[in-house]
Design a protein around this ligand. Structure first.
Ligand code: IMP
Length: 429
């Protein structure tokens, strides 16, 4: 039995929440390793829907959950989310949840800076305005506050001074009032007793789990095309979202992240700005959006929709380190007469079978499609291959061929149980 790492293989919103929930049933520990509360994972269990942002999805199954060092944590949002899921009947206590001591903290000043920049920018990224980028900047700039700092009231004022020396210059530049060190210290001091009980060591906990032979699920957020290195820069998030980050963002060996499962939607969506070669700004795009309920979990923004882009997914399977995929939302394609799949691009008269690195070239790459026959039957709720129409199976097989990766799981509705297991990711490697 192996561990499993789940990552998004497009621009996010592929349906990771459901699959992570489904897999976490068979894991003992669930770990988040990057991103923050910019993520939105929807989990449907019977008639209950949970929307998680920062909490690892393992909490829904009552599994030991770790927020790893690679995550940036807004501690106020964390407490709000714990209260919200508590009201829905899930008790998240320090026995269940560990917050890595070396995870960096998102503060109100980060959210404000994120919004100030977005509002002022001529070329917007379309961020979630949750302060994620500014916090990662402070992390790399070695001035961020970390969870463990909440345990040390003696050193905290000096760390706040250092952070504000940087931020207040920026704020003056934006014409915003400076942050008062005394006020920030007071609010962090008030917050500390509520957060400190959750603080622990991600790497030590995971090392002990390894020695005890426990199975771990690493839960990625966002997706490879939003990766700071491998995504559609600059229209990306500020963390590495590829599988390698599961190791760095939690403190385990790269050899211990297990089978890497890429989550892939049967068509393509993107929220926020940036190039999107197969985007459909027509009635078909609208139809995909309506049928797929393509509205952002975190911001409520309407997602842009388009045909399946095999060029992108072939690439993200390579850069993301994907061993096999879970294809989701196949049922959204039910009832289309024909379906298109992008097999390559044309750029300046040349054929390309990869996405160029330059944003302008990405914007100019013209998709070339292959047309496949659709199916009129419903695939929603199918739980075996036998329940799928022949053309749906052909679609899945063609996707596998084009992306060069095998389908391990197929998801046919938001419900946990509407999942077809082709091969078990926990035993695949
Ligand atoms: P940020 O992560 O808030 O800095 O936003 C940067 C980009 O990543 C924007 O295009 C966001 O829409 C996108 N993004 C961030 N989190 C998610 C997510 O969970 N799903 C889809 N897109 C996301």
């Amino acid at each position: 039995m192996s561990n499993v790492t789940v990552i998004g293989a497009q621009w996010g919103d592929e349906g990771k929440g459901k699959i992570i929930d489904w897999l976490s049933n068979r894991a003992e520990i669930v770990v988040r390793f990057q991103g923050g509360n910019n993520a939105g994972h929807t989990i449907v269990v019977g008639d209950k829907t949970y929307k998680l942002s920062l909490l690892p999805s393992g909490v829904v199954q009552g599994k030991r959950s770790i927020i790893g060092n690679g995550v940036v944590v807004d501690p106020w949002s964390l407490l709000e989310e714990i209260a919200k899921v508590g009201a829905a009947g899930l008790s998240v206590t320090p026995e269940l949840l560990v917050l890595a001591e070396n995870a960096c903290l998102v503060l109100p000043l980060h959210r404000e800076l994120d919004a100030m920049r977005e509002d002022a920018a001529a070329q917007k990224i379309g961020t979630t305005k949750r302060g994620i980028g500014p916090t990662y900047e402070d992390k790399v700039g070695r001035r961020a506050l970390r969870a463990i700092d909440l345990k040390d009231p003696i050193s905290l004022p000096g760390k706040i001074e250092k952070l504000l020396a940087h931020h207040n210059v920026l704020r003056r530049g934006f014409g915003h009032p400076e942050v008062d060190a005394v006020g920030l210290l007071k609010s962090l001091t008030e917050l500390a007793p509520k957060i400190v009980p959750f603080i622990g060591s991600s790497w030590r906990e995971l090392h002990a789990a390894k020695l005890a032979g426990k199975r771990v699920l690493f839960e990625g957020a966002q997706a490879v095309l939003l990766d700071i290195d491998h995504g559609t820069y600059p229209f990306v998030t500020s963390s590495n979202t590829v599988a390698g980050q599961a190791a760095a963002g939690s403190g385990v060996s790269p050899r211990d992240i297990g089978t890497v499962l890429g989550i892939v939607k049967s068509y393509t969506t993107r929220v926020g700005e940036g190039p999107f070669p197969t985007e459909l700004k027509d009635a078909i795009g609208e139809k995909l959006g309506q049928r797929g309920h393509e509205f952002g979990t975190v911001t409520g923004r309407k997602r842009r929709c388009g045909w399946f882009d095999a060029v992108l997914v072939r690439q993200t399977c390579i850069t993301g380190g994907v061993d096999g995929i879970c294809l989701t939302k196949l049922d959204v394609l039910d009832g289309f007469d024909e379906l298109k799949v992008c097999t390559h691009y044309m750029l300046d008269g040349e054929r390309l079978d990869y996405l160029p690195a330059d944003a302008n070239a990405q914007g100019q790459a013209t998709p070339v499609y292959e047309t496949l026959q659709g199916w009129s039957e419903t695939t929603a709720g199918a739980r075996s291959w036998a329940e799928l129409p022949a053309n749906a199976i052909k679609y899945v097989r063609r996707v596998e061929e084009l992306i060069g990766s095998q389908v391990l799981l197929l998801s046919t509705s938001p419900d946990r149980d509407d999942t077809i297991m082709v091969r078990d990711p926990f035993v695949v490697l």
